[in-house]
Design a protein around this ligand. Structure first.
Ligand SMILES: Cc1cc2nc3c(=O)[nH]c(=O)nc-3n(C[C@H](O)[C@H](O)[C@H](O)COP(=O)(O)OP(=O)(O)OC[C@H]3O[C@@H](n4cnc5c(N)ncnc54)[C@H](O)[C@@H]3O)c2cc1C
Length: 541
């Protein structure tokens, strides 16, 4: 057990050392007047496996570093377990590291919806301040920030074939996947430094750890916020050994637990929908009916192919000796398959020519895993050449929810993802799968395809595609929206990210996004925290 901090009173208490929490801890302690406590439910990130990009295949399913949230049963009776990081760095320590900043119009839509100041220009400024981009600084990229951004390489024949097939279909190649808002394919940009993971903790927390005004406690989970009337004055936490400790915030509590945990912490503290709180045995302190609602997550389809005539990455990872050899090569070169996260290639494109804007994203890698090891739950790499193509509609409209079912940390939350519950999402899913098949049936990629292993050609009719998507679809690991920002009295947070109806409390993480900002949301969440730090520091002056 780490030693408890000497003080229990701080200016700011940050709950959760993830994408947002690490960045905030750094920025707020740049001002020596601020004392900050960062509370993390998980443990440290010292294990070297976290530095290795492909290491996340091992850490993702390890309860030492991740926590899963079980969904309610799907129509076919199965339950999905959606993972989140439970470790210093949060999900940025176990994620796929795709540095995808999203689409300008998505951000501008938030301002147009009444959230003053939340627009693309402000996010772009934050991205540029955070980035140290391999391609160098430009009007759209940063060159001197703390987060190294590297492009997956070296180029690989299967990926190049798919790039050429996209080009045949009118989707051009661009070197920088974040360089424009148009249709494009690119080798993915990842937050890595010389082929090693650049988590939010490594980029922002580690450089700040020596500051005297920053205290970090691990294995300490915030059970509930301490309220004096409607003012939040502190946080009551449970340590790993089950002991309780209460910390006091002289200024504010900043909740950065992520889109799954933040609404649950609010509800355990009596901030939420009175009916849901009553059912869970929690006294309502502040009525906030949308807490835990508006859960939005990508739901797409994973296509897997058996290939012939190209090598891909399967041969590098299909047995332990080969994987070790790949690891050895990686240690020497810091390039290649092990050096980038989940995927090698990204494509952003229209699901059909009539779409007004690119509405679909593809993540592609020349690895196939058509089996899962029943003992470890890990994917097994195929012995033959293969590829994965994840096709995701980028703007889901279905809304799920996530709520407590009891007053304490031991009660299991109820997660209803409601995937594909709108007509719009179902229509998009069908178009998305058909478009993916059209691209992969286009030369030159088509000439390598032996068969579609997953979902398989038998999933062909609209209804079959929709049922397949609901029951076997691919969740993007991008859940958000459960404490969404908005201009209305019943929106959870306002444009300063303050929780309405309370004082001394803000939520600053992926839960405050109203909608998907296009694709992945690590970079957007870190930029959100950057902007939040600007707001808090400006108020402090
Ligand atoms: C498997 C996976 C793959 C992903 N791949 C990508 C990708 O390639 N690209 C991308 O852009 N995004 C990706 N994401 C999403 C991205 O990582 C998240 O959007 C981002 O990390 C969200 O940041 P956050 O600060 O909201 O939450 P998190 O980063 O999840 O951090 C929350 C932190 O708060 C802690 N915490 C929660 N509750 C409490 C409590 N009560 N007390 C104390 N501590 C608490 C948690 O332990 C955690 O450390 C992926 C996510 C996952 C899970």
């Amino acid at each position: 057990m780490p030693r408890p901090p000497k003080s229990t009173s701080f200016d700011y208490i940050i709950v959760g050392a993830g994408a947002a929490g690490c960045l905030l801890a750094n920025r707020l302690t740049e001002d020596p007047r601020n004392t900050v406590l960062l509370i993390e439910a998980g443990g440290g990130d010292a294990n070297l496996i976290h530095l290795v990009p492909k290491g996340f295949y091992f850490t993702l399913t390890n309860p030492k570093y991740s926590k899963t949230f079980a969904t309610v049963q799907f129509p076919d009776g199965h339950v999905e377990h959606l993972p989140r990081g439970r470790v210093i760095g949060g999900s940025t320590t176990i994620n796929g590291m795709v540095w995808n900043r999203g689409w300008a119009n998505s951000y501008d839509a938030w301002e147009k919806a009444g959230n003053a100041g939340w627009n693309w220009q402000r996010f772009l400024d934050a991205f540029r301040k955070m980035e140290r981009h391999e391609l160098g600084p430009s009007a759209t990229r940063g060159g001197a920030g703390a987060v190294d951004i590297e492009i997956a390489g070296p180029r690989e024949a299967t990926c190049d074939a798919l790039i050429a097939s996209f080009a045949q279909s009118g989707v051009p190649f661009e070197e920088d996947m974040n360089g424009s808002g148009g249709e494009r394919t690119s080798y993915v940009a990842s937050n890595t430094r010389k082929g090693t993971r650049m988590s939010a903790a490594r980029a922002y927390l580690r450089p700040a750890r020596r500051r005297k005004n920053l205290t970090v406690v691990t294995h300490t989970e915030a059970e509930r916020l301490v309220l004096d009337g409607t003012r939040v004055t502190g946080v009551s936490c449970r340590r790993k050994d089950s002991s309780l400790v209460t910390y006091t915030a002289r200024r504010e509590v900043l909740v950065t637990g992520g889109a799954f945990d933040s609404p649950l912490l609010l509800e355990r503290s009596g901030i939420g929908n009175p009916e849901i709180l009553a059912k869970a045995g929690v006294k309502c302190r502040v009525t906030s009916p949308k807490v835990g609602e508006n859960f939005k997550e990508h739901r797409g389809i994973l296509l897997q192919y058996r290939l012939a005539g190209v090598k891909g990455y399967n041969t590098e990872a299909s047995s332990t000796p080969r994987y070790l050899w790949s690891g050895f090569k990686y240690l020497l070169t810091r390039r290649g398959m092990v050096a980038h996260g989940g995927y090698a290639l990204s494509a952003i494109y229209k699901s059909d020519p009539a779409s007004e804007y690119p509405d679909t994203q593809c993540f592609f890698t020349p690895i196939s895993t058509s089996d899962v090891n029943p003992m470890t739950g890990r994917m097994v790499v195929d012995k033959f050449p293969g590829a994965k193509y994840v096709a995701l509609p980028m703007y889901p409209t279905s809304q799920g929810s996530l709520h407590i079912t009891g007053p304490g940390l031991d009660s299991v939350p109820r997660l209803e993802p409601n995937f594909l519950s709108t007509e719009e999402d179902r229509r998009m899913l069908v178009k998305t799968l058909r478009k993916a098949r059209e691209i992969t049936a286009t030369a030159p990629f088509a000439k390598y395809v032996v068969e579609e292993l997953q979902p398989g050609p038998q999933i062909a009719e609209d209804d079959e595609i929709i049922q397949y998507g609901i029951n076997h679809g691919n969740a993007g690991a991008h859940g958000l929206g459960t404490c969404a920002m908005g201009p209305d009295e019943d929106d959870v947070v306002d444009a300063s990210l303050r929780v309405r109806g309370t004082q001394g409390l803000r939520v600053i993480d992926a839960s405050v996004f109203r909608d998907q900002p296009s694709g992945n949301n690590n970079a957007p969440t870190m930029a959100l925290a950057w902007i939040a730090a600007d707001i808090i520091l400006a108020e402090r002056r």
